[in-house]
Write a protein that binds this ligand. Structure first.
Ligand code: B12
Length: 287
C-alpha cells in the first residue's frame, strides 16, 4: 500500500473538493506531489496522510475549513443515512472524510454520524420500514467506509500506545462494531487486531498467545447472548497468563453482567464509551 499514488481528480473525489483546489494545494506546496515525465501530478498515499494530519492541526487548517464547513457541533447523521439509503455511497464517504479533514475527532464522527445511522437502520428494520436486504447492503458499505477511514489514521507517529485485540463475545454476530472500535483505537494511537465474530475462549487464548496484546477489547451488542462459566473462567486464565487487561463494553450487556465478570477476572474493566478507550494504556498490568 505504501507505493499507491493518486491523481488530483482521485484526491478531489476522495475528500470532496474540486480538482482545481487540489492542484492549488500542490502548487502552493501544501501537498507534496511528484511530477511524472508526462507532466502529471501524482501524490503518494503517505503524502495525503501527512497533508491531512498537518491540516487537522496546523495553522492552515482554516484554509480547508473555509471549504469544508463541518464542526463537531454541526454534525448531522441524516445526510449520511440518506446518501446510503439511496446508494450515493461516494457522497456518503465524502461526508465522513470531510468531517475528519476539518478536524472532527474520529470518536465524534462515530458517535454522531455512524452510530445514529446504525440505530436508525435497526429501528427501520424492526418497524418493517427497511428490508433485511437494505440493512445488509448498508451495513456492508458502512464496514468498508470505516476501514477506509482507518487508513487516514496510519501515520508514522501513530500506534505507540500498545496493542489491542478486539473481539465479539461468542454468539454475537455484530462484527461491524469491531471495526468501529478499531477505528476509534487507531485514532487514539493504538495498534489493533480485529478477531471477528464467534471467537471461542480457546481461539481467544490462541490469538492472545500469538499477538501478545497489551489489552483485549470485548464487545456485546446482542443482549440475548449469555456468557458461559467456561468463557469467564477462560478469560480469567488468559488475563493471568498473559498479563493482559480486558475492557468490556457494548449496548448488549444486561444490568450487573459486566460487574459479575469484573469480579472474577483480574485486570477486567467496564468501559462503555469510546472515549474511555483513549486511556486504556493506563490500565497497566505487571509484565
Ligand atoms: C447491523 C445489525 C445487524 C447485522 C450485523 C452485521 C455486522 N456485520 O455487524 C446483522 C444482520 C448480522 C444482525 C443480526 C442480528 N441482529 Co442486529 N443489528 C444491527 C444494527 C442495525 C447495527 C449494529 C451495530 O453495529 N450497532 C452499533 C453499535 C456500534 O452500537 P452499540 O452496541 O451501542 O455500541 C456503542 C457503544 O456501546 C460502544 N461499544 C461497543 N462495544 C464496546 C466495547 C467497549 C470495550 C467499549 C469501551 C465500547 C463499546 O461503541 C459503540 C459506539 O458508541 C443494530 C441496531 C442498533 N441499535 O445498534 C441491530 C441490533 C443490534 N440487532 C438486533 C437483533 C435482534 C439481531 C438479530 C437477533 C436479528 C435476527 N432475528 O436474526 C440478529 C442477531 C445475530 C447475533 N447472533 O448476533 C437488535 C438487538 C436487540 C437486543 N436486545 O439485543 C438490534 C438493536 C436491532 C433492534 N432495534 O432490535 N444485526
Amino acid at each position: 500500500m505504501q507505493n499507491v499514488h493518486f491523481t488530483p481528480p482521485e484526491i478531489a473525489r476522495l475528500i470532496g473538493v474540486n480538482e482545481s483546489t487540489v492542484k492549488r494545494w500542490v502548487d502552493k506546496g501544501l501537498l507534496t506531489a511528484e511530477v511524472t515525465p508526462g507532466g502529471h501530478r501524482r501524490v503518494s498515499k503517505r503524502d495525503i496522510e501527512k497533508f491531512i494530519q498537518a491540516h487537522r492541526k496546523g495553522a492552515d487548517r482554516s484554509y480547508i475549513l473555509k471549504k469544508l464547513n463541518a464542526t463537531s457541533d454541526s454534525l448531522d447523521y441524516e445526510p449520511y443515512y440518506l446518501n446510503l439509503l439511496s446508494r450515493r455511497y461516494r457522497e456518503a464517504q465524502q461526508l465522513l472524510h470531510q468531517a475528519y479533514i476539518s478536524g472532527v475527532a474520529i470518536a465524534d464522527i462515530i458517535e454522531q454520524i455512524i452510530v445514529p445511522t446504525l440505530v436508525r437502520i435497526g429501528r427501520g428494520w424492526k418497524e418493517g420500514v427497511l428490508s433485511i436486504q437494505s440493512e445488509h447492503r448498508i451495513t456492508i458499505v458502512i464496514r468498508e467506509q470505516l476501514i477506509a477511514l482507518q487508513q487516514f489514521t496510519e501515520g508514522d507517529t501513530l500506534r505507540k500506545k500498545g496493542k489491542v485485540l478486539i473481539s465479539c463475545v461468542p454468539g454475537d454476530n455484530h462484527e461491524l462494531v469491531l471495526h468501529i472500535l478499531a477505528l476509534a483505537l487507531k485514532s487514539y494511537k493504538y495498534e489493533t487486531e480485529v478477531l471477528g465474530i464467534n471467537i471461542s475462549i480457546k481461539e481467544l487464548a490462541r490469538a492472545t498467545k500469538e499477538y501478545r496484546p497489551d489489552h483485549i477489547v470485548l464487545s456485546k451488542v446482542y443482549s440475548a447472548v449469555r456468557m458461559s462459566t467456561e468463557y469467564v473462567n477462560g478469560l480469567a486464565q488468559i488475563m493471568k497468563v498473559y498479563n493482559t487487561s480486558v475492557h468490556i463494553g457494548g449496548s448488549g450487556w444486561k444490568k450487573g453482567e459486566i460487574a459479575h465478570i469484573v469480579k472474577q477476572v483480574p485486570y477486567a474493566y467496564e468501559s462503555r464509551t469510546l472515549k474511555e478507550l483513549e486511556k486504556i494504556h493506563l490500565c497497566k498490568v505487571q509484565k
